[in-house]
Ligand binder design. Structure first.
Ligand SMILES: C[S@@+](CC[C@H](N)C(=O)[O-])C[C@H]1O[C@@H](n2cnc3c(N)ncnc32)[C@H](O)[C@@H]1O
Length: 343
């Protein structure tokens, strides 16, 4: 007897068709985009079970410690600095994970204060938006599909923040061959599976003499995404928290293979392991905050401050860091956009 329903697509068929349609190879950036965000097979779009906790592949500052208290203190200080045009202050959290940070911030604000502001979440992941809805049940929170629609709901005036968002954007992956930079491509054949190839690329990387074989990543897709909504942002503040450092040499010294890695069941996976478990593991890379600052200033954002976790917590939190390693690894970037006449 034959079934009338169509067979659900299999991962193997999906990979074969995708690579065949692309002529046999994809840039690593495109591969990472599909592995994380393909609607049917992507890690964040289809497979993520949780952030933090027993079922999760990774934990974050928001799920490991109280990030809500320092963020709420920072937000309280920022609210009076924004021209709200007589509207309620708008908070936009981008990439809210399991909703822990939103819950922590809203708890700090109390009932009356909460009524005097709007809390918006923008998240690309369907399973995580569902988790957030469960965790934030009964709280007045609005969800948006895109930053453009969140900003439209705020008349372009907002305090925007994210924790470990930039590192979840697809990165281009480069290798220094001793004389030039090459972009890493991913090949697939049903017989051999996934492998790498290298294609010359004309790109300026701020590092004069990297060792041969050195790999670096660049979050180009984050800047393209920001370019899509920054014109709709009239005024307010942006706080970006992530792991990384400032400048290529600082980030990659003694990390010849770059920082690209996977996380599966709380295990860190490096090297060829990043190509395994397509859509079943997180993929991520350290963030270059010098690039965030450069792109922000080029786009009309003012840089207010870049500091690490320890310094941020000393100013806004309890002063307790998650660990000495995290205190140095996590950076906090504060940017601002001032209202321009006639906007
Ligand atoms: C590494 S998780 C961090 C989650 C949370 N902020 C935390 O600290 O626990 C990355 C988050 O960013 C979201 N995300 C990734 N790309 C996004 C995009 N383009 N727009 C909105 N959210 C995005 C993911 O769905 C996920 O919620």
């Amino acid at each position: 007897m034959s079934s009338t329903g169509s067979r659900p697509p299999r991962l193997k068929d999906f990979l074969e068709t995708t690579f065949a349609n692309a002529g046999g190879s994809l840039s690593f950036e495109r591969f990472m985009e599909l592995a994380l965000y393909d609607p049917q097979f992507g890690y964040y779009s289809a497979n993520i079970a949780d952030v933090g906790g027993e079922r999760a592949d990774f934990s974050t500052w928001a799920t490991l410690a109280d990030l809500g208290t320092p963020l709420a203190n920072w937000i309280r200080k920022e609210i009076p600095t924004v021209d709200w045009n007589r509207q309620k202050p708008n908070l936009i959290e981008i990439g809210a994970g399991d909703g822990s940070l939103a819950a922590g911030i809203l708890k700090q604000f109390g009932w009356l204060e909460r009524r005097k502001l709007n809390y918006h979440i923008v998240d690309r992941s369907g399973p995580l938006r569902e988790k957030q809805r469960q965790k934030l049940k009964g709280k007045s929170v609005s969800w948006h599909e895109s930053m453009q629609s969140a900003l439209a709901a705020c008349d372009g005036r907002a305090i925007i923040f994210s924790n470990e968002l930039v590192d979840a954007f697809p990165a281009i992956w480069l290798r220094w061959n001793g004389g030039n930079w090459e972009e890493i491509y991913v090949n697939f054949s049903p017989e051999k599976g996934l492998g790498e190839s290298f294609v010359a690329i004309d790109i300026e990387i701020d590092w004069e003499t990297p060792p041969p074989g050195q790999r670096v990543e660049f979050h180009r897709s984050y800047f393209d995404w920001q370019n899509g909504w920054l014109p709709d942002f009239k005024c307010g503040s942006i706080l970006t928290i992530d792991y990384g450092d400032s400048g290529t040499e600082k980030i990659y010294r003694n990390r010849r293979n770059g920082t690209l890695r996977g996380y599966h069941r709380q295990q860190r996976i490096e090297g060829p392991g990043v190509y395994q478990r397509f859509g079943k593991q997180d993929l991520t890379a350290d963030v270059d905050f010098a690039e965030l600052i450069r792109h922000g200033e080029w786009s009309g954002l003012e840089t207010v401050k870049l500091e690490n976790q320890r310094q941020f917590l000393e100013r806004f939190g309890t002063g307790r860091v998650i660990s000495d390693e995290a205190a140095e690894a996590f950076q906090v970037l504060h940017q601002k956009k001032l209202l321009v006449e006639n906007s």
